[in-house]
Design a protein around this ligand. Structure first.
Ligand code: FES
Length: 95
């Protein structure tokens, strides 16, 4: 039994969104670009973390903002797909 039971970070996180599951397999894309490629509709405006238009609810998993925390307001459990990437499998709710 290994000393650490912490799960390893997956190389290809799965994104569950409104009943659909898509793979995040392109490292240079944002979560928003991945969702668009899979025809998941997400509202957006600035695509750079300023306006908050792309805000969605993260119900499970972890994301990361590669370019630092965005300036737009996000509530508890909300994320901005235009400037984040999934770190683990994630579940989103898009209204
Ligand atoms: S589109 Fe403006 S913060 Fe994401």
């Amino acid at each position: 039994m290994p000393a650490s039971t912490k799960p390893a970070i997956q190389l290809t996180p799965q994104i569950s969104v409104n009943g659909k599951v898509v793979a995040f397999n392109e490292k240079k894309q944002t979560l928003l670009e991945c969702l668009e490629r899979e025809n998941v509709e997400v509202h957006y405006h600035c695509r750079d973390g300023f306006c908050g238009a792309c805000r969605v609810t993260l119900t499970a998993g972890e994301i990361n903002y590669p370019n630092g925390e965005p300036l737009a307001f996000v509530g508890e459990n909300e994320i901005l797909p235009c400037c984040c990437v999934p770190v683990t499998d994630i579940t989103l709710t898009i209204e």
